[in-house]
Design a protein around this ligand. Structure first.
Ligand code: BG6
Length: 518
């Protein structure tokens, strides 16, 4: 194995982890849905992660809002006990200091009294912490609450900002249920907020390895010249999970993998590997290229959808030696559910760069293991100068971008095997993130929360990009809901612990290809 040379120490000890030019301004962070899973699993630990790295402004507070009745002290105790884990054994004082900035307000999201209490609390916290009326409102609530909450904030003037203060709203996915509902929701938000105040989050964009795709492509002169249909045969983008639906059946059984993963995360991965170089690395530069790319994605023909996209649902099976139940027997799932927990699609991009190059994408739950990877297969050499070896005998170069869990990049190429005869073998050049940088990448939410405080929307989703993505997937979802189409577009049951239904493999076999082993 050939290893990358370690970067200079200077880089490894870089204190300012994100290398941001400036620290965020004083800010109040107001989280709706503060007793929920997202807040406690992601938001609070990520805000604490920023606090530890001195990347939160000196003047900040966190105000959690939810229906559950907590006092400030109870909320803090919960935070302290959750943060006091094995990663933070030496951070006891920091946890105490962080928790002192956390406050809580309980109430019903649709009752006016909550908002008058909120206005009062925000005013007094702004004063106490000198946050200059800079506020971030985080919607960690079910999507049907976005509009009532934002309307109320607007009515109270809390979304007002000017040159001396800002008011921003972070909106979680799912953003809409299909194109129509997404357009509708967007219209409602725009009655209260400008586009530059809306931060549509896709946490995949905050992943270190996902951000690295643009650095890899556009900060090296080596790859971009071959990054096209002359040299690349195909892309395979996989986001596989071994977990099942867990406790989220209420949401997932109405969503399915297309809404949950393809319309957002998968399309964002596609955009980063396939878009043209942006004019500059800023929000509009990047979003302009994404929208151009999404407009070039060929729409699937509705009358022969099954030739382009395959759907599946997990049956019973084994994961890590343990038996697991079929999707329809999961708690909260309709026993006759036709929701897809897996899909594989063959996407084509009709532009000069990618004409003829298939992008195979697959994602699903209860697959063999948790792995997200982009595999780029280059074309065979055009001609073999080696006697007895045809071009087909010489394996193509393969580039693997490991998004998670073993973050890194692996490039395979051919080399002469030592010895008096002419023998060839395939070697790999391996960049392992943890080995090189000495630590696992930070959670995606750290980067995204920091960017929102800094007013940088580059790693968020602009409204036109979000809508264009829905316009690719809405016809598919609608077609799958049509009972008459069910025979043609069968829902294939696959065993838990497999790589999905065999029809997903056949989609590639028809093109003379197969999935790379992950
Ligand atoms: C979420 C989906 O957006 O992403 C989940 O709603 C999925 O269903 C999750 O499990 C996967 O994220 P990650 O970061 O664990 O790959």
């Amino acid at each position: 194995m050939i290893k990358l040379i370690q970067p200079e120490k200077k880089i490894l000890t870089c204190k300012d982890f994100f290398c941001t030019e400036s620290l965020p301004k004083p800010t109040g962070i107001i989280i709706f849905g503060a007793s929920g899973d997202l807040t406690h699993r992601k938001l609070i630990p990520s805000l604490f992660g920023l606090f530890l790295k001195d990347l939160l402004p000196k003047n900040f507070y966190i105000l959690g809002i939810a229906r559950t009745n907590f006092t400030d002290d109870e909320f803090r105790e919960k935070i302290i006990s959750e943060l006091s884990n094995e990663d933070n054994t030496s951070n006891g004082d920091k946890i105490q200091a962080f928790s002192k900035r956390c406050f809580y307000l309980s109430g019903d999201y649709e009752s006016l009294s909550l908002y008058s209490d909120l206005k009062w609390s925000i005013k007094s916290l702004d004063k106490e912490f000198y946050t200059d009326r800079n506020r971030i409102f985080y919607m960690a609530v079910p999507p049907d609450l976005y509009t009532p909450i934002i309307d109320n904030l607007g009515d109270l003037g809390l979304t007002y900002d000017d040159d001396s203060s800002y008011s921003r709203v972070i909106v979680e996915k799912p953003f809409g249920f299909d194109l129509e509902s997404a357009v509708e929701l967007d219209k409602k938000l725009h009655l209260v907020l400008r586009e530059d105040q809306i931060y549509r989050i896709d946490h995949y964009l905050g992943k270190e390895t996902v951000q690295n795709i643009l650095i890899f492509r556009f900060a090296n002169s080596l790859f971009e010249p071959v990054w096209n249909n002359r040299y690349i045969d195909n892309f395979q983008i996989t986001v596989a999970e071994d977990l099942g639906v867990e406790h989220r059946a209420g949401y997932y059984d109405h969503a399915g993998v297309i809404r949950d993963m393809f319309q957002n995360h998968m399309m964002q991965l596609l955009s980063l590997v396939a878009m043209e170089p942006p004019a500059s690395f800023d929000a509009d530069g990047v979003h302009d290229e994404k929208i151009k790319l999404f407009r070039s994605v060929r729409k699937f023909p509705e009358n022969e959808l099954n030739r382009w996209i395959i759907r599946g649902q997990y049956g019973a099976g084994e994961i890590d030696g343990k038996e697991v139940v079929e999707y329809r027997h999961e708690k909260g799932v309709n026993p006759e559910s036709k929701t897809e927990t897996f899909a594989t699609g063959k996407f084509l991009i009709d532009n000069w760069r990618w004409s003829g190059v298939p992008f195979y994408m697959r994602s699903g739950k209860r697959l063999q293991k948790r792995v997200s990877e982009i595999v780029v297969t280059f074309k065979h050499v055009p001609h073999s100068i080696f006697p007895q070896l045809s071009t087909d005998n010489i394996p193509p170069n393969i580039l693997r971008i490991n998004i998670q869990p073993e973050e890194g990049i692996v490039l395979s190429f051919q080399a002469k095997h030592p010895g008096p005869k002419l023998c060839m073998s395939t070697l790999t050049m391996n960049f392992d993130y943890e080995e090189v940088f000495g630590e696992k990448p930070p959670d995606a939410y750290e980067r995204l929360l920091l960017d929102c405080m800094l007013g940088d929307q580059t790693l968020f989703v602009r409204d036109d990009v979000m809508k264009e993505s829905w316009s690719i997937f809405t016809p598919i979802i609608q077609n799958w809901q049509n009972e008459q189409e069910l025979v043609k577009n069968e829902l294939h049951i696959y065993p838990s612990g497999s790589w999905g239904p065999m029809e997903a493999d056949e989609l590639l076999q028809k093109d003379g290809r197969s999935w790379h082993q992950l």
